[in-house]
Write a protein that binds this ligand. Sequence first.
Ligand code: COA
Length: 179
Amino acid sequence: MNFKSMIETERLIIRRFKSEDWKDLHEYLSDETVVRFEPYDPFTEDESKLEAIRRSEDESFFAVTLKDTGKVIGNLYFGKGDFDTYEIGYVFHTNYWGQGLATESANALMNYAFDTGKVRRIIAECNPENTSSWKLLERLKMRREGHLLKNIYFFTDEKNQPIWQDTYQYAILVSEWKE
Ligand SMILES: CC(C)(COP(=O)(O)OP(=O)(O)OC[C@H]1O[C@@H](n2cnc3c(N)ncnc32)[C@H](O)[C@@H]1OP(=O)(O)O)[C@@H](O)C(=O)NCCC(=O)NCCS
């Protein structure tokens, strides 16, 4: 997707990451509650510094910032797959949950993406136990297309056995978005 410099919404600005964002990024990536369903452990300060640099060079990551203060309160992921399909993801600082900010940002990015004419289908995946995540996907009018049983693991147990988890798959087509 050819991304212009930023997207502005009522409360937010969505832009590319900068290496200077590492402190804000660290505030939420170091929080166990935030990364609970992610395939990684909480970040150390050094890891956050590297991650901010990595994201500043990765076209799939978007920083979500407060319009008023410029603070980075979360991020969106929008990764290209085959057949003009993109996968959306999101991770936000707990202080900014429950205010519709993730919905506002994802909605704006999806609008932008579908309007470019190059995006045909957007998909997302989450653990069924991550209720906040699938509720957000349903607010975005995405359809649940699948419930995969014990198809993936991110971590192993004390006996080094996989901790299998289910996956909900969601999708929306450009034709559905425009309805
Ligand atoms: C997933 C995540 C981004 C959802 O955040 P969220 O704040 O619940 O999502 P929204 O921004 O859409 O906010 C919706 C909530 O705000 C409320 N709200 C308040 N004002 C609102 C508004 N103007 N518009 C929409 N919702 C509003 C809604 O009622 C809803 O509350 P509810 O969950 O109690 O029903 C967040 O939980 C998160 O970062 N989790 C950790 C990372 C993660 O697990 N990512 C997904 C991996 S698959």
